[in-house]
Design a protein around this ligand. Structure first.
Ligand SMILES: C[S@@+](CC[C@H](N)C(=O)[O-])C[C@H]1O[C@@H](n2cnc3c(N)ncnc32)[C@H](O)[C@@H]1O
Length: 267
């Protein structure tokens, strides 16, 4: 379990101890199997390592620069690759033609700047159902340097620390944004190494709150300091859920509608 370091014990730029649950790849793979996911979207796919571990009928991958090094078709019947930035993907998306229906599970891991993740979240929610699951990566940094908006600066500032070359950017700001503007959502902060998972359920695909207020939100949260103290506040305000407990809470969902072949894929 991750510990916030209080009472002046904040050493250097460290915010907290390292996450100690199951690795995020394992959590996502198990989630896809437990819920017998039909349609899975991943934004920011890089080498395809996480995508390959997901079991589903149709996997949809979005990345402006794929660097695939693994069999992304593994555990799937159908795969669609969109080699574009996520904004362009959503702009041109025809839900029925391109995806065949609404998403069951989405993993958002594209550009690590909060305004990008906020757009990815609101665009993804609009093509989900109420009972779909959205998982966001890197929102729980464990040291301040990795949260720098500039990946080069993050690298320089992290040199010589245990977190050398880690970059989460400032996507952690999406947690207080959702808490303030979308209190109707169920947001779970999960203790998955290396930099946490934020799992959102109880979605409202018809909600326009984030879209309508997008400019004002970005303006306001750009001014929120990107510091260890502010990040520690996120940990202080939200309980951190162990990965096993998170999977248990999300259990009982199945999107398979009794499809025999999907059961075989995910079993
Ligand atoms: C951290 S990597 C993703 C890693 C992968 N999800 C995993 O866990 O193995 C981030 C990826 O986001 C992609 N990316 C950057 N900007 C993006 C954007 N605007 N839309 C979609 N993907 C983006 C990058 O090309 C990069 O491959």
């Amino acid at each position: 379990m991750l510990r916030t370091e209080q009472d002046g014990a904040m050493t250097g730029h460290t915010i907290a101890g390292e996450h100690t649950g199951q690795h995020y790849s394992e959590v996502l793979a198990r989630l896809s199997r437990n819920a017998a996911v039909q349609r899975y979207l991943e934004i920011g796919v890089a080498h395809g390592d996480i995508f390959a571990g997901i079991a589903c009928r149709h996997g949809i991958a979005v990345d402006p620069e794929f660097q695939l090094r693994t069999n992304v078709a593994a555990n799937k019947v159908r795969v669609s690759l969109f080699q574009v930035m996520s904004d362009l993907f959503f702009e041109h998306l025809n839900l029925r033609r391109d995806l065949g229906g609404r998403l069951d599970l989405a993993f958002l891991d594209g550009m690590h700047l909060f305004e990008f993740l906020l757009r990815d979240f609101l665009n993804t929610e609009a093509i989900c159902r109420r009972d779909s699951i959205i998982v966001m990566h890197d929102c729980l940094p464990v040291a301040e340097p990795m949260a720098d908006r500039d990946p080069v600066q993050a690298g320089i500032r992290g040199r010589g620390t245990p977190f050398e070359n880690w970059w989460t950017g400032d996507v952690w700001k999406v947690v207080p944004i959702l808490a303030r503007f979308r209190p109707d959502l169920e947001v779970m902060l999960v203790d998955a190494p290396p930099t946490g998972l934020v799992i959102v359920t109880g979605l409202d695909p018809a909600s326009r709150t984030l879209g309508r207020n997008y400019e004002a939100i970005v303006e306001e949260f750009s001014r929120l300091p990107n510091t260890a103290e502010e990040i520690a506040q996120v940990y202080a305000e939200h309980p951190l859920v162990p990965t096993e407990e998170a999977l248990r809470r999300l259990g009982g969902r199945s999107y398979a509608n009794g499809s025999g072949w999907l059961r075989r894929l995910t079993g």
